[in-house]
Design a protein around this ligand. Structure first.
Ligand code: ZN
Ligand code: ZN
Length: 281
């Protein structure tokens, strides 16, 4: 009897916070304490109005929108990319709990955060209906993991948007034809080559002339979402926006970031050219 009570107790009250290890006293589907969740904050600094990347120096543009050096040199495939928070500490732990430890309730929290970031993207963009497309996993990886974290996050996003009627989830829009090799240590050109042919649009007629919101968990170098945007545009999508829960922002670019299957080095950009105020961001 006592045994039953103990095991029931441990089901109702999961032992410890999966991030800090402190005991949990509240009943929650997500085994993470309030304190750890409270440390996760949206990006506070001014970022590039196009890719959401770090700005290293301020530089005024006629448009008044802040752009990083990369986006000033070459416009990305996507129209704009937004992220909720910096890929570090608690946010990174929460994403890892979902991806690598299968803690699915984390997707609800991550989706709520991402919906907040998307609401900022939405304001200056006069879009009508938007197709929401999660970045797909290769089917072997999806089978192994049991879910695609980007899709779970996208579903949670739709539950938290102020105007969900304008968004339509289309989880099978993109297909990942092959697993890509680790991106660690590759130059941006090598990364593009590495990803070439990795994604195809399943039914081009369904994205033709449509605005697409691409959803993923993390934006590291942007190589993956850029390749997805490229194939979507080639299939006739009118515009592609990108929304990721997290983005690498830290300046210490020498440090190699290894993030599971999409392992990529951090963007090492030459001195960024500066910017003015990011309007609406
Ligand atoms: Zn904790
Ligand atoms: Zn940029």
């Amino acid at each position: 009897m006592r045994q039953v009570a103990v095991s029931l107790f441990s089901v109702l009250f999961p032992s410890d916070c999966r991030i800090c290890g402190e005991p949990l006293f509240e009943l929650s589907r997500l085994p993470v304490c309030r304190e750890c969740l409270a440390t996760i904050r949206p990006i506070g600094e001014e970022v590039c109005s196009i890719c959401g990347g770090r700005l290293f120096s301020p530089y005024a543009l006629e448009s008044g929108e802040a752009r990083c050096g990369m986006c000033l040199r070459i416009a990305p495939m996507f129209a704009r990319a937004v992220a909720y928070g910096s890929y570090e500490a608690g946010l990174r732990d929460l994403i890892h709990l979902l991806k690598f430890e299968g803690v699915r309730p984390a997707a609800a929290v991550l989706g709520r955060m991402l919906a907040e970031a998307i609401s900022k993207l939405e304001a200056p963009v006069p879009w009508s209906e938007v197709i929401v497309v999660p970045v797909p996993l290769h089917h072997a990886k999806r089978r192994q993991r049991g879910f695609n974290q980007a899709e779970l996050i996208a579903r949670a996003v739709l539950k938290n948007l102020a105007d969900p009627a304008r968004f339509r989830l289309y989880p099978r829009a993109l297909e990942r034809k092959r697993e890509t090799a680790s991106q660690v240590g590759l130059t941006s050109h090598q990364r593009r080559v590495n990803l070439r042919g990795a994604f195809v649009v399943a039914e081009p007629q369904n994205v033709k002339d449509k605005e697409v919101l691409l959803v993923d968990d993390v934006y590291t170098t942007g190589a993956t979402v850029s390749e997805c945007a490229r194939v979507l545009l080639r299939a006739g999508a009118s515009k592609v926006y990108v929304a990721t829960v997290a983005r690498t922002l830290k300046a210490s670019a020498q440090h190699l970031e290894i993030s599971g299957e999409d392992s990529q080095t951090k963007e090492i950009s030459p001195a960024e050219t500066p910017l003015a105020k990011a309007v609406g961001m």
